[in-house]
Design a binder for this molecule. Structure first.
Ligand SMILES: NC(=O)c1ccc[n+]([C@@H]2O[C@H](COP(=O)([O-])OP(=O)(O)OC[C@H]3O[C@@H](n4cnc5c(N)ncnc54)[C@H](OP(=O)(O)O)[C@@H]3O)[C@@H](O)[C@H]2O)c1
Length: 183
């Protein structure tokens, strides 16, 4: 597939590398923007508060399948929207999904080491299902459907629980997963 990734950081750059390794054709777009009219799917991986600016700098995104990977850490969605993903839908009017926001980019290089494929949540529109599930599998994840696009707000808020788990109980869990003699 031809995939345009907006944001070249940990998530955008990391997913682009994984998908390139799986044989996809990647277009990597930074804050200077660009033209995504050739892309079959567009992934947004910019800071949550930059979603409006990032989309405004991109041409040719209307009607495209877009997967929004942003989290909103300390920021609200654009005014009038309950999630960044629904804001994306309002700008593009194409098939829209939320995914890749509940897994850590720092582990992309270790997905293949898991004893079974790690799950990765996605919610969104049925028209996006084929692409978002394929791109999950081609990154090494098993897609886990979490309902319609209206659930994107809950999926964005879910990151607060993930941070809570990491700051609380994750130490012993990580120790079991990777004891020092295996590091
Ligand atoms: N890190 C994780 O494990 C993780 C996991 C899931 C979801 N997320 C979410 O995914 C998003 C990206 O996270 P990240 O860790 O990849 O952040 P990051 O490493 O800081 O990368 C963000 C990228 O977005 C670019 N950017 C900033 N403003 C932009 C704009 N207006 N237009 C286009 N590009 C713009 C930045 O460009 P410059 O390099 O020029 O600043 C940078 O390349 C965030 O919403 C984050 O909450 C992160």
């Amino acid at each position: 597939m031809k995939i345009a990734v907006i944001g070249r950081g940990n998530v955008g750059g990391g997913l682009a590398d994984l998908w390139e390794g799986a044989g996809h054709e990647l277009q990597r777009i930074g804050r200077e923007g660009g033209d995504v009219s050739e892309a079959e799917a567009v992934v947004v991986a910019v800071p949550g508060g930059a979603i409006a600016e990032a989309l405004a700098n991109v041409r040719g995104v209307e009607g495209k399948t877009v997967i929004d990977a942003t989290n909103r850490v300390g920021v609200e969605p654009p005014e009038g929207f309950s999630s960044n993903a629904e804001y994306v839908k309002s700008r593009t009017n194409g098939p829209t999904a939320k995914s890749f926001n509940i897994n850590f980019a720092s582990l992309y290089g270790r997905i293949g080491e898991a004893s079974s494929r790690p799950g990765n949540l996605w919610c969104g529109e049925d028209e996006a299902r084929q692409d978002v599930e394929r791109l999950n599998r081609d990154a090494g994840y098993e897609p886990v459907y979490a309902g319609p696009l209206e659930n994107a707000s809950a999926q964005e808020d879910f990151i607060k629980l993930v941070f809570g788990i990491v700051q609380g109980d994750m130490g012993p869990f990580l120790y079991r997963m990777a004891p020092p003699d295996r590091l």
